[in-house]
Ligand binder design. Structure first.
Ligand SMILES: C[S@@+](CC[C@H](N)C(=O)[O-])C[C@H]1O[C@@H](n2cnc3c(N)ncnc32)[C@H](O)[C@@H]1O
Length: 265
């Protein structure tokens, strides 16, 4: 494991953290009362929040499998990994291609604390965890290059990450810097929050996160499309994550306020 963040960075249990609130939505145990409190508050505003977390996770699984199976991608750079939740991305990729190489990146110390679960892969493949901030993409590329060959295609996953990075905080610059480093045949897998379907609930949710000290940004479909400029969007384009090549029956009713898409460089 490598890191650009000071190793001494401690888990702060006095305020909610996105990775831990998301873990609570997914029914995980790696969260604190302060995370549960915000999770319950969000769920009271939008009863579909846990369902959205599950739908997002399912999008990650389908997109990763599609890229490993159909596009022959063997290298994955997953930024904003989150607390390990089985199956993790490397388990999906390595179930298709045991030699797949995966680099995980997150900036939350709780993810670092649990990163060992992300490092248990196949003997033929490689998994690595880098503790770094997405807003420092050059540092990520430098460290990921120890495991990934950037002359060959890489799937860059920014799944439920960019709604924590505002445009003025460098969201577009980080995506552009990362994409620029990728070889032709690489892909961008992205999901991010939107207020297009349920504006009132989503804006109330954003306010609750803000009160907890967490910045959250909703983007329209056109705004999400900007991240894919210069790429060829794979079918079905930018849609609610639940509608991206669905395989199972819908998990409940109502819209999922996260757009997802996959673009090919
Ligand atoms: C909602 S979770 C998504 C986890 C996983 N990608 C998924 O979709 O299942 C968002 C993750 O992004 C991480 N994150 C937020 N801002 C970040 C940043 N600036 N740099 C790196 N990671 C960040 C959080 O710590 C959290 O683990």
């Amino acid at each position: 494991m490598t890191g650009t963040q000071p190793a001494a960075q401690e888990i702060d249990t006095t305020r909610p953290h996105p990775a831990r609130v998301y873990d609570w939505f997914l029914g995980g145990k790696d969260n604190y009362p302060v995370d549960e409190q915000l999770g319950r508050q969000i769920a009271a505003i939008d009863g579909g929040a846990p369902r959205a977390a599950r739908a997002n996770r399912a999008f990650m699984r389908r997109a990763t499998r599609a890229l490993a199976e159909k596009s022959g991608i063997r290298q994955f750079l997953d930024i904003g990994t989150g607390i390990p939740t089985e199956p993790n991305l490397h388990q999906i990729a390595q179930s298709v291609a045991p030699d797949a190489r995966v680099v995980y990146v997150d900036n939350d110390p709780i993810v670092l604390a649990h990163a060992n679960a992300l490092l248990r892969g196949t003997p033929e493949g490689v998994t690595e965890y880098v503790q770094a901030d997405a807003r420092d993409p050059r540092a990520i590329l430098e460290q990921a290059a120890r495991v990934l060959d950037f002359d060959r295609p890489v799937a860059l996953s920014l799944i439920a990450l960019l709604h924590f990075v505002a445009d003025e905080d460098g969201a577009h610059e980080l995506v552009a810097t990362l994409l620029d480093a990728l070889a032709p045949g690489s892909c961008l897998v992205l999901s991010t929050m939107t207020a297009d379907f349920e504006p009132e609930n989503v804006h109330r949710g954003i306010a609750a996160y803000a009160a907890g000290g967490v910045t959250l940004v909703a983007r329209s479909q056109a705004e999400v499309g900007v991240f894919f400029e210069g790429l060829r969007l794979l079918e079905p384009g930018i849609v609610s994550v639940a509608d991206w090549r669905p395989e199972d029956a819908p998990d409940g009713d109502g819209p999922i306020s996260l757009y997802g898409g996959v673009g090919l460089k």
